[in-house]
Structures are given as C-alpha cells and as structure tokens.
Write a protein that binds this ligand. Structure first.
Ligand code: NAP
Length: 360
C-alpha cells in the first residue's frame, strides 16, 4: 500500500514509518526538512515544491517549503504519489484538518489523524475549566470537553502547540466527510527516547542526584493517568493505517496497567537503581506559596479494549523494557531548557529537605 505521512520525523512518527516499511508498504513523508530522523532508505521525502509565478511575459521561479500551512499547493505532487492512506501526525487546529481533507479528497481513500485523550471532559476538569468529576476509565464514548481551546489561556503552552490548538475540532472535521473516511487515534501521555517533553527526566534527575526522597503532594501521589511507550503507540497507529476495519473508528491506545504517580515513580526508581522513596505529604504540610493549579481529584486513564479487540493490538515492548530504554536515553539527553519538561509539581531540593526534616 502507498502511504503518505504528514510529519513523521520527530518522536512518534519515525517508529510509525519504520513499522509501515517493515510491513511492506511504500511510505512518503511530507515535512519542512527541519527535523531529521533515521528512516529506512526507501522512504521518500517531500520537502519542497518548485513553483513558477507568471507576471505578463516574465516568469519568476520560487521554492515552497513542505509546510502544512500550504498543503494544498502540493496537490499535484500528492496526485502523482496517489497514496491510499494519509497519516496526519500533526493536525492541531480546525484549519489544519479542513485543509487536510480538502487536499486529499479525490486522491486518498482514508485519512488517519493523530489526536489526544485531552479531548475528554476529564481533561477539562483537571485543568479547572470544567467541574463535575467524570468516571474512569474513559472509553471512546466518554463525554468530551465543553470548553474548547484548552491551551489558549495557558501562560506556557506545551511545545509547538498553536493558540487555536483543538483536537476536538480536528476530529469533527476528519470524521464528517462522506467522500473521505477517517480514523482517529487518541494518544495518552507518550514517553520514550526522543520525548520532546522529557516526561521522566525531572524524577530521574532526583534519583541520579541520590535524593533520599521525592516529595509529592498526596493527591498527586495518588493520581492516575494513562501512558504509552512510543514504540507501542507507533505500532498501534501502523495497525490502524493498514486495517480497513479501522475506517470510521476512533481508538484509544494506552498501557493496560494503570499506576498512581507514586507507584510509577517507584517503578522507575527501581529500574534506575535508586535507593530512595516517594513520600506523599498532605497539602497542609506543604508551603503555602506552593499551589497546585490542577484538579487531581480527576484521574485521566482510558480503557484500550477496543483497539485490542478490533485490530488485535498488543504491546510490542514490555513496560520494564520501555522504562529502561527511556531511562537510558534521558540520562544522556538532558533537556536544554527547563520549560522543555512538563512536570511542574516538584519542589526544589531545599524546600523538600525542610519538609522531610519536619516529618521525622
Ligand atoms: N507526545 C505526547 O505525549 C502526545 C500525547 C498526545 C498526543 N500527541 C500527538 O502526537 C503528535 C505529535 O507527535 P510527534 O511530534 O511525535 O510527531 P512526529 O511526526 O514524529 O514529528 C512531528 C513532525 O512534524 C513535522 N512538522 C512540524 N511542523 C510542520 C509543518 N508546519 N509542516 C510540515 N511538517 C511539520 C516535523 O518535521 P519538520 O520539523 O522537518 O517540519 C516532524 O516530522 C501530535 O499530533 C500530538 O498532538 C502527543
């Protein structure tokens, strides 16, 4: 099968491309050429397009970068390739999705779009914009957020997310075109080598600094969210691309074992060879200036039965191996900027020491 991937060269994408190639498919990736990945040599890249602008009898040539903001200008190239399935790794806005569907209508037979479990109302409750705690585990039919644009008011938006980021609108557009069927994959928190958010790093740094304890506010210690290892998530995406039964379907992908944050960090510590322990502390024992902005009464984990039953998905890498690979990578790729990582609820060492002293 011929598959076109929009993106595909950063974190999750290269693993998807490798699985697709290993399954015998012909893959072309469309991107700007800013991010380089080691992909199989038979993968084609669309990085730019030569254009001719005619002004009277004068023709000016120019080159257009493979940027999705002008995806429609590459239509001739896409027609030449005539992919059966288009995988969009990076649809962030309604406009992205509209241009995607308009460009590939009449060319492709199906579009697979990567979404997130941030579409659920549960995420709105965690952020504080919505109030009624939603039962977990979430299924693909759980209620969606009522408040759109989750990152609009955030002072520090996650890396690369535009202000009008909204996967709910992306999904709506991709799933509502009778001429071009869609598949949606909602991802959990993804970790692994090359994680741009360095999800494990802040904990690992403490472990490698031989901290005796990692202090977590009680409700965070107990909070449970869904995670997925990058290679496993990529394998699930590849299955959904190749299996016709995924047409018009929405799937979660996530690990089946769900741990509290305290349990998860303890597991990481065990693999990392850490001798310390996670200490859960009541909110009133923490400094007053330390305010938790998230509502951790709401857990955020999903049931991934559907993709397992319908597409036969199961993890290709075990949890232990996944954590080991991530730890190995994080140890040699420390984030350059503190804002590159997401864990905002860790106290600094001196505050942590003061709390621990009071506890004994
Ligand atoms: N990481 C998580 O925990 C998580 C959780 C839930 C959902 N997701 C979803 O996963 C997806 C991101 O995965 P990933 O970063 O691993 O994807 P990826 O496909 O590995 O990397 C992003 C790709 O997009 C290309 N790109 C960026 N801006 C572009 C533009 N304007 N035009 C054309 N190409 C562009 C980059 O190449 P160039 O730089 O060369 O253009 C790169 O190939 C997103 O949809 C995100 O919402 C992630």
């Amino acid at each position: 099968m011929k598959i076109l991937v929009i993106g595909g060269t950063n974190f999750i994408g290269p693993h998807v491309v490798r699985y697709l190639c290993a399954m015998g498919h012909k893959v072309t990736v469309f991107h700007r050429g800013k991010t380089i990945a080691e992909l199989p040599s038979n993968v084609d890249h669309i990085l730019d397009e030569s254009l001719q602008h005619t002004f009277g009898d004068w023709t000016k040539p120019s080159t257009l970068k493979g940027d999705r903001t002008h995806l429609d200008k590459f239509k001739n190239k896409f027609e030449e390739i005539s992919p059966e399935v288009v995988l969009d790794m990076i649809p962030y806005t309604e406009q992205d999705a509209l241009m995607l569907m308009n460009t590939f209508k009449g060319i492709a037979q199906r579009v697979v779009a990567i979404s997130s479990i941030d579409v659920y109302r549960a995420y709105g409750v965690i952020l504080g914009g919505e109030f009624e705690v939603v039962p977990v585990p979430l299924t693909e039919n759980s209620p969606l957020r009522q408040k759109l644009y989750p990152f609009r008011e955030m002072p520090n938006r996650p890396i690369n997310t535009p202000v009008d980021y909204e996967k709910i609108l992306v999904e709506r557009v991709v799933m509502s075109d009778a001429d071009l069927p869609g598949t949606i994959i909602r991802l959990p928190m993804v970790y692994g080598p090359n994680d741009p958010l360095h999800r494990l790093y802040p904990y690992l740094q403490r472990m490698d600094d031989n901290r005796p304890a990692i202090v977590l506010e009680e409700s965070i210690a107990q909070w449970r969210g869904s995670y997925g290892y990058v290679e496993n998530v990529a394998y699930a995406i590849a299955l959904a691309i190749c299996d016709e039964r995924a047409k018009d379907r929405i799937y979660h992908v996530a690990e089946t074992e769900v741990f509290s944050e305290a349990e998860r960090i303890t597991r990481v510590g065990k693999i990392a060879g850490w001798q310390g322990k996670v200490v859960s502390v009541a909110r009133d024992k923490l400094p007053v200036e330390w305010k938790l902005t998230l509502n951790t009464e709401q857990d955020w984990f999903v049931d991934s039965t559907r993709i397992r039953q319908e597409l036969g998905y199961k993890e290709v890498v075990s949890l232990e191996e996944a954590l080991q690979q991530t730890i190995d990578w994080e140890r040699i790729h420390r984030p350059k900027e503190p804002e590159e990582f997401t864990v905002s609820w860790l106290l600094d060492y001196s505050i942590e020491d003061a709390i621990l002293t009071k506890l004994v």
